[in-house]
Design a protein around this ligand. Sequence first.
Ligand SMILES: [Zn+2]
Length: 348
Amino acid sequence: MPIRHALKRALRGLYARALFHTGAHALVDRIMPRRLLVLAGHCVAEAGNAPLGPNMRIGAAELERILAWFARRYEVLELRRALERLAEPGKRSLVALTMDDGYRDNLTQLLPLLQRLKLSATIYLESAPLDERRLNWTHKYFWLQERIGLERLTALYLERAADSRTKELLRPGLSAYHHKRILKYEAPAPERTRIIDELFRLEGGDERALCDQLYLTWQDVRELDRAGVEIGAHTVHHEILARLEPAAAAREVGDSKDALERTLGRPVTSFAYPFGRRWDYHAAAKQSARDSGFTSATTTHAGTNNPSTDRYELKRVMIDEHTQLHLLVAEACGGFDLLRGFGLDLAE
Ligand SMILES: [Zn+2]
């Protein structure tokens, strides 16, 4: 880690701890303009029985502690209502919990937790797992990695790849992080999806079973909807929208909305870009979110939102196993915005 980055990280931690433990966060919250912090998670599961890695899960007890802390001090609402409240006059700042992709534990772990705390949340769903019990390539990729290891996966992939750039980049000895980045951003998506599908089948993968293990069903989604959880859309196949032609991106965005509305019989107005970094969606995808009738779209860039923030590029702070409450509090109270006002940027 470069030293400046490490220093910034240490300062960020110190500053957040000071705000949190001295109670100064409450004072900062009062002097800073009203804002909305949107939290973004995936699975709610403990390390021992989680289907996905540490960046994709948060333990139920830890999530409950975080939400309970915020619920005592902020208005905690599902995103659609939080945005409505943000547009109205008021003093209290807001927090919204959002969960991406639609994992099963959102029903079995998250819903009971929300009910205990009398809170709601927004769950962004991919529609292909619901409609066809099909998985996007990443889950099959992780499954393969676990089963045969990175080296063998690379060798088998290269035997089948035609794309010269992929062949040049996929070398033995790559870290898991770089390996995934090459397949995600460099390999042509159709070829990658085809090869991962083929290897998954060859190694005995059962897509239906894995999908049932990971994802909610339509019945589960109806149950969450009836319980007052907001259902939002997250495209059909969880592709990087920026790598698609505008018309294909528009279909990914609009078709997921149609699928959800058909089943729920009510408007679905919240959207989240898959992966959500600025380079993962383009202007055309943003326009499709607007044209499809969504009233908001969220990214995965950290920060808080105020009444004038672009509703189609809302910021969110990711929550996972590494999340520390004091850092969330420093963000929620406007602590990092305050420092930025003094020319000091400690945000991630
Ligand atoms: Zn996602």
